[in-house]
Design a protein around this ligand. Structure first.
Ligand code: NAG
Ligand code: NAG
Length: 444
């Protein structure tokens, strides 16, 4: 019985066109695709047309030598004219493997006209052929701190089809990262993790085709005064994270729609204001400052205005004056506000509530939703919420997510906020917590 089912399935599968079989086999790790060769005689060579070569050591392997021979054999027999994806993902326990094999595999993939390379292994070097691969559209190399000088190539770089570049460079960014970037004339997405060392030159990104950029700075050698220059007229989305240790000169970011900043450390407060000034045309902004930054925005360096901003998310902030008197005041078109306050201990001094002299314009005409996460119900939190409920004239939805409050406390605060007079007749308040979800309709 079971054998006849197997035969039937085998038959039906065998009848599928070769390309379809290759497509199906390409969806699984190469190890399993190759196993199909034992199904029957007619299957022996079918795997050789797979378009994806996907190797990892997540599935059981018997040491690096076996794995290595397997990759060698697959590359030797593979007959597909175009490898769509070549992926290597080996865990650290193989850190001792012969790094030259990895380089020669990548070289073979290049010869098989690879389009996407996704490498998660520790590398010693990359083959020179990679730097002039005509078919490559996506290059992603994640090889952690030990990548040493892997990018150093004496050859010139020419990657005419490369649209996505995702790399980490820990050494000489000018020689390594920027040389590579300059050789990619159609680059659209750049994900770059770097350490800035003591270079004298500025870091200049002139990339006319770029649409998305994510820059993570892991470490800066001090003292550091280099500028990061952005001349990216088609950039729509920018993320900068890690350590903020340089000024950003935005020569052209005229297409920017969204910016997101997440800093664990800011070397100098004016840098933080400076990067906001350079990107103030965005529609959406998300800003996070990590726990090691004890100051937020110095009162004397005012924020720029954000004339087009409709969405604002602030994470890890403590000071309501900054949120209301600086950010809201600077964002006349703001519709959606999300606040995620910093984790504070009981002994942290709470910020004082100071009523703004003028009601920010967005409260009068545009602000429709407020989401407040990790609300501890501190005095200043309640005062600020009262202020916004009492002044925001077109507010529709307020969501408050309580952060580990006692049941009674949560109920008391929820009731208190529900009884605050609201400037908007159509405002509903939702609470999420132990006592809630509890919703108060428009009419009490
Ligand atoms: C705001 O948007 C308008 C229209 O899209 C645009 O012309 C203007 O340059 C933007 N403002 C800034 C500061 O980018
Ligand atoms: C903000 O409100 C003003 C006045 O009602 C309106 O003209 C404008 O279009 C609103 N902005 C947005 C982004 O909805």
């Amino acid at each position: 019985m079971s054998s006849s089912i197997n035969e039937n399935t085998d038959d039906r599968l065998s009848m599928l066109p070769e390309e379809v079989v290759a497509l199906i086999l390409s969806l699984m790790p190469t190890k399993f695709a190759v196993r199909s060769s034992i199904l029957s005689k007619s299957w022996r060579h079918r795997w050789m047309l797979v378009t994806n070569l996907d190797f990892d050591d997540i599935h059981k392997v018997h040491g690096f030598d076996v794995l290595s021979k397997f990759v060698d054999r697959v590359l030797e027999f593979c007959q597909t004219p175009h490898v769509k994806l070549f992926r290597l993902k080996f865990s650290d326990r193989y850190y001792w493997y012969r790094m030259s094999s990895v380089s020669s595999w990548i070289d073979k993939a290049v010869r098989l006209n690879v389009q996407e390379l996704d490498i998660h292994v520790i590398l010693a070097q990359l083959p020179a052929s990679l730097f002039t691969c005509k078919t490559l559209t996506k290059l992603s190399i994640d090889c952690e701190i030990r990548n040493g000088r892997v990018w150093r190539c004496l050859c010139s770089v020419n990657l005419p089809c490369l649209k996505t570049l995702d790399i980490a460079v820990f050494d000489k960014p000018h020689e390594n990262a920027f040389k590579l970037i300059r050789g990619c004339p159609v680059l659209e997405s750049l994900f770059l993790t770097v350490t800035w060392l003591a270079d004298e030159e500025n870091y200049i990104f002139i990339i006319p085709t770029l649409k998305r950029m994510k820059l993570t700075i892991l470490y800066c050698k001090s003292p550091f005064t280099n500028k990061v220059v952005l001349n990216v007229p088609n950039l729509e989305y920018l993320f900068v994270g890690g350590v903020l240790c340089s000024y950003f000169l935005t020569e052209d970011v005229s297409s920017l729609v969204g910016a997101s900043f997440s800093f664990t450390h800011v070397r100098c407060d004016s840098m933080w204001v400076d990067i906001l000034k350079g990107t103030n045309g965005v529609k959406s902004l998300s800003a996070q400052i990590g726990p090691i930054v004890y100051y937020e925005i110095p009162i004397d360096s005012a924020l720029p205005s954000f004339p087009n901003m409709t969405y604002l998310e602030l994470k890890g902030f403590r000071d309501w004056r900054l949120i209301i008197s600086e950010f809201l005041e600077s964002s006349p078109e703001l519709k959606h506000l999300c606040i995620n306050k910093a984790d504070m201990s009981k002994t942290d001094i709470e910020s004082l509530w100071v009523e703004p002299k003028l009601v920010p314009a967005c409260l009068l005409t545009n602000l429709t939703t407020i989401k407040f996460s990790k609300c501890e119900g501190r005095k200043c939190d309640v005062q600020s919420m009262k202020y916004m409920l009492g002044n925001a004239e077109v507010l529709k939805t307020v969501t408050i997510i309580w952060r580990s409050l006692r049941f009674k406390e949560e109920r008391r605060l929820s009731t208190q906020l529900l009884n605050v007079p609201r400037a908007s007749r159509h405002c509903e308040i939702n609470f999420i917590g132990k006592y809630s979800p509890y919703q108060n309709p428009l009419v009490k």
